[in-house]
Design a protein around this ligand. Structure first.
Ligand SMILES: [Zn+2]
Length: 412
């Protein structure tokens, strides 16, 4: 994240019709002050500083958004994998376009990834949680204005040792990253990761700073069938692709209990999707300190149906928001994801949805000391969203769909 930290840089004060600190209610006719790329104050008309200010006019100022889950390396698949009515059908279509010899570090793939990063920044995203099998997007992310945590994601249903983790460690250490980009580790999903590999990934994550881990969990009914009794479309698929393991014992329980038994669910575990979770699953995740990341548009695209957002937000588990990849969503615009969440869950307060797209995501990715809210000391990576008309409820306005053309970054 390019930013000046010089002590003598000029202070800047902005006025706006709305300031949305996220950590506090929206402020009408508010102001925000910054210096050297850092926020130095925020408030309402009664506490306005007397120093010269720039009036941004009819805009809502809010922190840069946090997309807690995407796969930048799948950007070359934009528009190629059509929506499906069953999850394994979508996976088969994905496989058809993503052969083992596909390399996401080709010039064409790098252009697609760069375009995706540009799109994220232009639509208001400042921080990304990126899932990566190849680490091919790390260099581009490090040179972009975005900050991020890249999860090196491992798969292997037949793996019986920690060799993939050792190899990952060497790959991660060989990377040149910027201060704003961290590289950690993740396990893909219960149908693609053996119990041994889950434990090895968890142990490796515990050694990292911050000790984040991520897993796709409870996405489809097919996953539940496999875990319950070892049957269903996932069993068929794993056998067909030569990934089935004859000595694997189905745990006979749901996905959350399964990973809890393996010790995977710890504080700072990002559990992605959860479309099939029960209320007991959500309570168990909260008890373990995990975070739920929901990707509503992707869930519909891949055929598992919309996530139970009302139950998510009624539960004690923190909820962050992600777009998932361009193989299962039309764009990486997090405001569009918010709009889909609002349509799917009209009773969830707009304030909660906005927090998912900002502070909850920043906390999930370990960037909440710098991003996610407008508070003194944090980075002044702030958005001005142009308001049409005079919205009575600015939070509701912001979750009903904001086009990239309405979004601009405030000079700090
Ligand atoms: Zn994903």
């Amino acid at each position: 994240m390019p930013t000046s930290t010089t002590e003598d840089s000029e202070p800047r004060v902005y006025h706006a019709s709305w300031i949305c600190p996220i950590a506090a209610p929206p402020i009408a006719n508010g102001w925000v002050a910054m210096r050297g790329g850092r926020i130095t104050g925020v408030g309402g008309p009664a506490s306005r500083p007397s120093s010269p200010a720039e009036d941004l006019g009819a805009v809502a100022v809010l922190p840069g958004l946090v997309n807690a889950h995407t796969h930048l390396e799948l950007a070359p698949l934009r528009g190629l994998v059509p929506p499906a009515t069953a999850f394994t059908a979508w996976v088969r279509a994905l496989f058809a376009h993503r052969r083992p010899d596909d390399r996401p570090d080709t010039p064409e793939a790098q252009v697609a990834i760069q375009t995706a990063l540009d799109e994220m920044w232009e639509s208001g995203t400042a921080v990304v949680g990126d899932i990566s099998n190849s680490l091919a997007a790390v260099g581009l992310l490090a040179r972009s204005p975005l900050a991020g945590h890249v999860f090196h994601e491992l798969l292997g249903f037949r793996v019986t040792d920690d060799a993939p983790v050792t190899a990952s460690r060497a790959q991660r250490m060989a990377l040149a990253t910027s201060a704003g980009v961290r590289v950690g580790i993740a396990a893909h999903a219960p149908y693609s990761v053996s119990p041994e590999l889950f434990r090895a990934v968890r142990a490796e994550a515990d050694r990292l700073t911050p000790p984040l881990c991520s897993v796709h969990l409870g996405e489809s009914l097919e996953e539940l069938a496999l875990l319950r009794d070892g049957t269903g479309p996932w069993r068929t698929m794993l056998e067909q692709i030569g990934a089935w393991r004859a000595d694997w014992q189905p745990p006979g329980c749901g996905p959350v209990e399964y990973l809890d038994r393996l010790g995977v669910l710890q504080p700072r575990t990002l559990v992605v999707h959860g479309v099939q979770f029960t209320d007991a699953d959500l309570s168990r995740l909260a008890a373990r300190g995990a975070v739920l990341v929901t990707c509503p548009r992707s869930n519909v695209w891949v055929g598992v149906g919309p996530p139970p957002l009302d139950r998510f937000y009624a539960s004690p588990v923190p909820v962050a928001l992600g777009t998932d990849s361009l193989a299962s969503v039309a764009d990486l615009n997090l405001f569009a994801e918010l709009a889909a969440a609002r349509t799917a869950a009209p009773a969830v307060p707009a304030r909660c949805l906005l927090e998912s797209a900002t502070l909850a995501g920043a906390r999930a990715l370990g960037f909440d000391d710098e991003y996610g809210s407008i508070e003194t000391g944090k980075r002044a990576t702030l958005l001005a969203v142009a308001l049409e008309g005079r919205p009575a409820d600015v939070e509701e306005y912001l979750v009903r769909g904001i086009a990239p053309g309405q979004v601009s970054w405030i000079p700090s």
